[in-house]
Design a protein around this ligand. Sequence first.
Ligand code: THU
Length: 132
Amino acid sequence: MSTIDETLLNEARKAQKNAYAPYSNFHVGAALVTDEGKIYSGCNVENTSYGLTICAERNAIFKMIADSGKHTISRILIIGDTDEFLPPCGACRQVIVEFSDENTVITMCNRSGQMKHHLMKEVLPFAFFLGN
Ligand code: THU
């Protein structure tokens, strides 16, 4: 495991502990590193009006924007309490791709912290962008 992946895993696990998920009881953590080397983490935050729930990945990305504006995500790591390597949901893929380039890496983890790495363009091929 590279140093950056170890750091992202630790940060995602810290955030995962803060997940507010009383409805699904599924606690998710995410952590990303920007092109400038800054790290942001997030957890899922659920709501009694279920559709208002925000995923861990988007929480981390919106923190990045609020703190330092638009940046390219170099890597983003996701972890949940699963044996499988947890993939980002479809909505989060569309938000991740907004701040990705061709080298952006998605790291899916299982609960033991084992990792699978994929390029964003593999995770969301044929991504939608507004033509102009
Ligand atoms: N969740 C995430 O945080 N990220 C994903 O990519 C998948 C789903 C959260 C949303 C909800 O709080 C819980 O997991 C169950 O869907």
